[in-house]
Design a binder for this molecule. Structure first.
Ligand code: 3HC
Length: 354
């Protein structure tokens, strides 16, 4: 077993998580402020919505939904979309330097996939009534977040493999449960995203296997990349549950199926055997199997670094944002031309039909 595939549990089998999400749906939880006075009609809509969530059904764009549900989804899906398109940058830097034609073709396909994921996710968010322009403006002006992991540089070719293995591996662990998220368009978008991420993870792992079977220098390069990326990948799952302000609402609404800490633990447990097959050491002296817990114990994550990076002070935050802003500006003429063409064509068709 050395890869992480689309068959990662989506939470369906985990009755504990499901039960706790359902149980918390019935209890009073932190979340939307209660509306002081509501009409009977509104109460009926809320009850129908709550029932659909409790039954593990899907909410669709035309359905009534509480404002807090809409806002939580817009926040999460847009941040996710931003992560996909910013995530194209660290690896995109290596397209011209890939060591062979085969690796170059794989890398181009992967980076292109990430762009596609961004598009599905922006489209899913648009069904909630937010425009793509607004979401992109929030990204470009620094109001919106994207994954902390993409604010680190890709120093060597081994970083590209490690991003596939660990970063995409962490992403799959987080995203498989989203295929069963309560919001239909998000859940459906995630099915294809996860299939493609699974390929990304496998290609990364395979390229590292090749390097590990090569020279001493290549092996050292892989180990160095693993040392630099391991802790960042653990932080990718978000702050510890006790410091995660959005988790309660996300779980109550069936958007998140597992907590940040639970997913992090699943990732550690799945990755340690993969590291053993690869022949690399994970840089954590406290990493050891805990018989009683039936999980690996692991050391302390540097949360100060995580928050610093989130707040704009990571090694590449400025560079990433500047690149996105430039790409958006450089592409404006294409959007203008496409729009002008569509308008011209619509006008001609209207004239012909008249
Ligand atoms: N990077 C940046 N911000 C993060 C973060 C991370 N790794 N982890 C948490 N945060 C932010 C949250 O967005 C939240 O910010 P906000 O309140 O201003 O919106 C704050 O830190 C507190 O975190 P919470 O745990 O309370 O937030 P959530 O409940 O939303 O959980 C999450 C965070 C687990 C990232 C969740 O939003 C999620 O599952 N998102 C969908 C998956 C996703 O966005 N993945 C992105 C990375 S992978 C990828 O996209 C590309 C792939 O190709 C590798």
């Amino acid at each position: 077993m050395y890869t992480q595939s689309f068959s990662v549990s989506d939470g369906n089998a985990n009755d504990t998580a499901k039960d706790s999400a359902k149980a918390s749906a019935k209890n009073t939880v932190k979340g939307p402020k209660p509306v002081p006075v509501i009409s009977a009609e509104e109460a009926e809509k809320i009850a129908a919505f709550e029932q659909r969530i409790a039954d593990d059904g899907r909410i669709e764009p035309q359905d009534w939904m509480p404002e807090a549900y809409r806002k939580t989804l817009i926040r999460q899906i847009s941040q996710h979309a931003h992560s996909e398109i910013v995530g194209m940058l660290p690896e995109g830097n290596w397209i011209t330097r890939a060591p062979s034609l085969k690796r170059k073709a794989i890398l181009i396909a992967k980076v292109q996939d990430e762009g596609g994921h961004g598009l599905y996710l922006y489209s899913a968010a648009e069904t909630l009534g937010v425009s793509r322009d607004k979401m992109l403006d929030d990204l470009h002006t620094g109001r919106a977040k994207y994954s902390s992991i993409f604010n680190y540089p890709t120093l060597t070719w081994a970083d590209v493999g490690v991003i596939g293995w660990l970063v995409d591996g962490a992403a799959i662990m987080n995203q498989i449960p989203l295929c069963r998220c309560s919001y239909g368009p998000y859940a459906r978008a995630m099915i294809r995203v996860c299939k493609e991420e699974s390929f990304h993870q496998r290609q990364g792992y395979e390229s590292l296997l090749v390097m590990m079977r090569s020279t001493e220098e290549q092996r050292a390069m892989v180990q160095d990349a693993v040392n630099r990326w391991w802790w960042r990948c653990l932080a990718m799952f978000g702050p510890p549950d006790a410091d995660s302000p959005n988790s309660a609402l996300g779980m109550r609404y069936g958007i998140k199926r597992f907590s940040n800490d639970d997913l992090r633990q699943k990732f550690v447990d799945a990755t340690v055997p993969q590291a053993e097959v690869l022949g690399v050491t994970l840089p954590d002296p406290n990493l050891k199997w805990n018989e009683a817990r039936d999980h690996y114990d692991y050391g302390a994550i540097d949360w100060d670094e995580f928050w610093r990076t989130l707040n704009g002070d990571g090694p590449c935050n400025k560079e990433r944002l500047a690149t996105r802003v430039k790409a958006d500006r450089d592409g404006q003429w294409v959007r203008d031309a496409a729009l002008a063409y569509a308008q011209k064509r619509a006008a001609r068709e209207a004239k012909e039909a008249a």
